[in-house]
Design a binder for this molecule. Structure first.
Ligand SMILES: NC(=O)c1ccc[n+]([C@@H]2O[C@H](COP(=O)([O-])OP(=O)(O)OC[C@H]3O[C@@H](n4cnc5c(N)ncnc54)[C@H](O)[C@@H]3O)[C@@H](O)[C@H]2O)c1
Ligand SMILES: O=P(O)(O)OC[C@H](O)CO
Length: 334
C-alpha cells in the first residue's frame, strides 16, 4: 500500500478535503456520482458545480467508477449525504481493501435507524471500530479549499489509527488534532447543523447578535446533554468538533444549514428552498432523527424539537422564537 486515498463523493466537502489530502502528500482518487463532474476534475482541474473557481492540485484525479477510485487505496473517505450512505455502501464495499480505514466526513444521523454514520458503516460493512474514523471540526468547504488556516479533529477508537490519519491529513493550512471520542465528534457535527438552522431562522426574522448568541449557547447545552447521555466525553463538545464547528456554522453565510434557516425565516417554504439548491443541508433531515433519539432517551431537546416542527410545517419561525423565549424558566446549569 502506498499513499493513495479514495474520496467517495465529489461535492463541496469531498472536493475541498481532497485538496487537504493532496497538499498533505497523498494521491487522491475521487469518485463522482456524475460523469461530468469527474471529467471536469480531470480535464479542467476544477469542480465546476461544487467548488467553481478553485484550481485543484494535479494529484487529484476523478472517476465515476468505484472500482477504479478504490483500487490500491488504504484510506477510504466517505463524503456523500448522510441519508444516502446506506444505499451507497454496497456499491463501494466490494472494492475496498480488507485492511483499509474508513474516514467519515459526514455530519448527520440516519432517519429511521437513528444511527450515526460510523454505526452505519460498521453495520453495513461488518467493520470493526478500529477501522472507522471521523474528521469533524469548523471546516467550511470553500474556506478550506482556499487554504485558509483551520483546525479539525480526527477521531478513531484506536488511537494508533487516529495518529496515522493525523499524519495523512496534516497539510500546511489544515491542523488535525486526534481524539478517541468518535461518538462525541459525530454528535457535535450533526447537532450543530440543527442549531445553525435555528440561528438562520432568527437571522431571517431580523434578529441580532443577542438572539443568535443565546441560541448558540443553549444549542451547545442541548448538544452536550444528548451526546453525554449517549456516552460522549463532555470535553469533546467544548472542542473543535463541538463548540468550534457550532460557532463556524452558525456565524457563516457560507453555511448551507444557516442559509436554509435564514430562508425559512424570510418566509420561503421547505419545498422552495430544496428547489433552489443542489447542495445538502443535513440539519433539515437530522432534526427529525435527533429529535427521535432525544425522545427515546428522555433527553430534553427543545431546539431540535422546534426546528423539526418548523421543517415539518407544524410551526412557523415566529412561533419557534416565541416558544424558545417563553419556555418555563429554570437554572442555567440544569
Ligand atoms: N460543505 C462543507 O463545508 C462540509 C464541511 C464538513 C462536513 N460536511 C459534510 O460532508 C457531507 C457531504 O457534504 P458536501 O458539502 O460535500 O455536500 P454537497 O451537497 O456539496 O455534495 C454532495 C455530493 O454527494 C452527491 N450525492 C447527492 N445525493 C447522492 C446520493 N443519493 N448518492 C450518492 N451521492 C449523492 C452529490 O452529487 C455531491 O457530489 C455532509 O454530511 C456534510 O454535512 C460538509
Ligand atoms: O455548510 P454546512 O452548514 O453544511 O456546514 C459546513 C461544515 O459542516 C462546517 O464545519
Amino acid at each position: 500500500m502506498g499513499n493513495k486515498v479514495a474520496v467517495l463523493g465529489a461535492g463541496s466537502w469531498g472536493t475541498a478535503f481532497s485538496i487537504v489530502l493532496a497538499d498533505a502528500g497523498n494521491d487522491v482518487s475521487v469518485w463522482a456520482r456524475r460523469e461530468e463532474i469527474a471529467a471536469s476534475i480531470n480535464e479542467r482541474h476544477e469542480n465546476v458545480d461544487y467548488l467553481p473557481g478553485i484550481e485543484l492540485p494535479r494529484t487529484i484525479t476523478a472517476t465515476h467508477d468505484p472500482e477504479r477510485a478504490l483500487a490500491g487505496a488504504d484510506v477510504v473517505v466517505l463524503a456523500v449525504p448522510s441519508q444516502s450512505l446506506r444505499e451507497n455502501l454496497p456499491t463501494f464495499l466490494p472494492f475496498v481493501d480488507k485492511d483499509a480505514v474508513f474516514v467519515s466526513l459526514m455530519k448527520g444521523v440516519e432517519l429511521g435507524t437513528l444511527k450515526r454514520m460510523s454505526e452505519v458503516v460498521a453495520e453495513v460493512g461488518d467493520i470493526g471500530a478500529h477501522r472507522i474514523a471521523v474528521v469533524s471540526g469548523p471546516n467550511l468547504a470553500r474556506e478550506i479549499a482556499r487554504r485558509e488556516p483551520a483546525a479539525s479533529v480526527v477521531a478513531c477508537a484506536d488511537e494508533n489509527v487516529a495518529n496515522m490519519l493525523q499524519e495523512r491529513v496534516h497539510s500546511p493550512a489544515f491542523r488535525p488534532y486526534t481524539s478517541v471520542d468518535v461518538l462525541g465528534c459525530e454528535f457535535g457535527g450533526a447537532y450543530k447543523n440543527v442549531v445553525a438552522l435555528c440561528v438562520g431562522m432568527a437571522v431571517g426574522l431580523g434578529f441580532g447578535d443577542n438572539t443568535t448568541a443565546s441560541l448558540i449557547t443553549r444549542g451547545l447545552a442541548e448538544t452536550a446533554r444528548l451526546a453525554m447521555n449517549q456516552g460522549a466525553n463532555p470535553l469533546t463538545l467544548m472542542g473543535l468538533a463541538g463548540l468550534g464547528d457550532l460557532v463556524a456554522t452558525c456565524s457563516s453565510p457560507l453555511s448551507r444549514n444557516r442559509t436554509f434557516g435564514e430562508k425559512l425565516g424570510q418566509g420561503l417554504t421547505v419545498e422552495q428552498i430544496y428547489a433552489s439548491t443542489r447542495q445538502v443541508a443535513e440539519g433539515a433531515k437530522s432534526c427529525s432523527s435527533l429529535r427521535a433519539l432525544a425522545a427515546r432517551t428522555g433527553v430534553e431537546a427543545p431546539i431540535v424539537d422546534a426546528v423539526d416542527e418548523v421543517v415539518q410545517g407544524a410551526l412557523t419561525t415566529e412561533q419557534l422564537m416565541e416558544a424558545f423565549i417563553s419556555r418555563d424558566t429554570k437554572a442555567e446549569l440544569s
